[in-house]
Design a protein around this ligand. Structure first.
Ligand SMILES: Cc1cc2nc3c(=O)[nH]c(=O)nc-3n(C[C@H](O)[C@H](O)[C@H](O)COP(=O)(O)OP(=O)(O)OC[C@H]3O[C@@H](n4cnc5c(N)ncnc54)[C@H](O)[C@@H]3O)c2cc1C
Length: 484
């Protein structure tokens, strides 16, 4: 295994379950990849993912290892999942899975749209069942077609953009945005991501958004323990620099330290492009990478009860904003961001009376050629303005209360995680790219080489990474690669 992100750990567990010997080589000192954690001065921040959708996928994985998820982790279903605020607006939208609450939230903006909520859910459910599952039942994942179908679906309705699909039900702009912005959770633009990604909103509403006490990294650590307990070996600080093959079959990997580790089967959880170019020495081709993020971690001595566990701020001109960061490769004029404040749910995530504030601002990836030495301080000011400004989130005097601060730019995604273009997620979930397999989970040319994680089937995000592990392990099993 190359890489110990969520997908890498999940596939390691599944391959161990199939009786294989597994060694996981991770380039960083810690496991988890994008699901890393920063701890300092009593503040704890999840670097990347913080919303856990579809916990049943984790339940299944833990079950495979013979333990119960709910015994190992203290999980909370968030209510609401998040608040959506708009710049210079007093109204906001509390997004949750409760029907009555949702009708009330929509109703503040449009009574007509509220009457269309059930129809929207029914249509989204159809997209999920037919477009995503390819079966009649939401829980039937035995169908061999299941995972292969997302996102390469060609079902009627599933291929128009998410925004068009949502606009077929909701006309009021705020409501349309509240139900249409979900592709951003995997770095996508609702105007270009196919409507199959509307299933993201549906899945949130149906199955909830969850929080694991201690942050997402407790989940990572637990998965690491399960891998070790099942006999797997995880070696950190081991960057793989080459995949060696002969006679169209993988043979070994080489590490930066010069070691040669033999393997009959290699699964790469590394960046999709890096695996092709750096590890295999192939020409760069295939899907283009997704946008990046500017991440700001602020430890505040002061609490801000006006924050929800998750708060999204949508700036003016969101459509241009998202086009700038995903497609045009330039810094947008406005700021749209999300804030994770876990101490709202679990006080221990910040010192008493304080707040751990993790801010996520979408930005173009490194292909845009921005100078991050000068861009980072500029963005920091713009983010702090948006957080403090009364027309923004109104966290007044936040600057004065900062006790700890750190930030990640696209350079961190490149230098820490090996994402060639500093991409925060994986590949851009557009219609064209979704219709072509991002990276098939089994290499087409080299026997014994597989892929897992956000850049593979079915998509980025925690559910995507976990489902890709299931598919990859199944393919490896079908190929009947023997133990060792
Ligand atoms: C800011 C942010 C917020 C997010 N929020 C959410 C959210 O709320 N909910 C959600 O579901 N998803 C979210 N996501 C997406 C989610 O985090 C990812 O899709 C998921 O964690 C990716 O897992 P992965 O298996 O692809 O592995 P990654 O996390 O990409 O890990 C890959 C691992 O491989 C290692 N590696 C790379 N190259 C090598 C090499 N050559 N040798 C050895 N090791 C190597 C890396 O160090 C890393 O540990 C978010 C992502 C980001 C960036």
């Amino acid at each position: 295994m190359i890489g110990a992100g969520l997908g890498g750990l999940a596939v390691a567990l599944r391959l161990l379950h199939q009786g294989l010997d597994v060694v996981v080589l991770e380039r960083e000192p810690e496991i988890g990849g994008r699901a890393a954690q920063i701890r300092a001065r009593g503040f704890t921040f999840d670097v990347g993912p913080s919303l856990i959708p579809m916990p049943r996928l984790l339940e299944e994985l833990f079950e495979l290892a013979g333990v119960r998820l709910w015994d190992r982790l203290r999980m909370h279903r968030l209510d609401p999942f998040y608040r959506i605020s708009w710049q210079d607006e007093t109204r906001s939208f509390l997004f949750s899975g409760e029907r009555e609450a949702m009708l009330q939230q929509i109703g503040q903006f449009s009574a007509t749209d509220a009457r269309r909520y059930d129809a929207f859910l029914a249509a989204s459910r159809r997209i999920y069942e037919r477009g995503v599952l390819g079966t009649g039942s939401p829980h039937d994942r035995r169908s061999s077609r299941f995972l292969e179908l997302l996102p390469a679906v060609a079902r009627p309705g599933a291929l128009r953009p998410v925004d068009g699909f949502v606009g077929g039900f909701f006309q009021e702009p705020h409501v349309r945005q509240a139900f249409g912005l979900h592709p951003i959770f995997i770095g996508g633009d609702a105007h270009r991501a196919p409507a199959v990604y509307a299933a993201l909103a549906y899945l949130q509403i149906e199955e909830g958004i969850w929080y694991a006490e201690g942050g997402i990294h407790t989940l990572v650590q637990e998965l690491g323990r399960l891998v070790s307990k099942a006999g797997g070996r995880i070696v950190t600080d081991r960057r793989v620099t080459r995949i060696n093959s002969s006679q169209e079959r993988v043979r070994s990997v080489r590490t930066q330290a010069g070691e040669e580790v033999e393997a009959d089967l290699i699964v790469s959880n590394a960046d999709a492009l890096a695996t092709q170019t750096e590890l295999l020495g192939r020409r760069a081709s295939g899907p283009s990478p997704v946008m990046s993020c500017f991440l700001l971690y602020l430890g505040s001595r002061q609490a801000f009860p006006q924050l929800q566990h998750h708060t999204l701020l949508v700036g003016h001109g969101y459509r241009d904003f998202i086009a700038d960061v995903t497609r045009r490769g330039r810094l947008p004029e406005s700021v749209s961001l999300s804030v994770h404040a876990p101490a709202r749910t679990e006080a221990a995530m910040a010192p008493r009376g304080g707040e751990s504030i993790a801010v996520q601002l979408p930005v173009p990836n490194l292909r845009a050629g921005l100078d991050w030495e000068t861009t980072a301080p500029e963005l920091r000011q713009r983010v702090l303005n948006a957080l403090e400004f009364p027309g923004g989130l109104g966290l007044s005097r936040l600057r004065d209360s900062i006790d700890f601060e750190a930030c990640w730019t696209p350079l961190d995604f490149r230098d820490r995680l090996g994402a060639v273009d500093g991409n925060a997620f994986a590949v851009d979930p557009t219609l064209r790219q979704s219709a072509h397999v991002p990276t098939a989970n089994r290499d087409r040319r080299l026997r014994g080489l597989y892929y897992v994680g956000g850049g593979t089937h079915p998509s980025a995000g925690i559910p995507g990474a976990l489902l890709s592990a299931e598919l990859t392990a199944r393919l490896a099993g079908q190929d009947q690669v023997g133990p060792g």
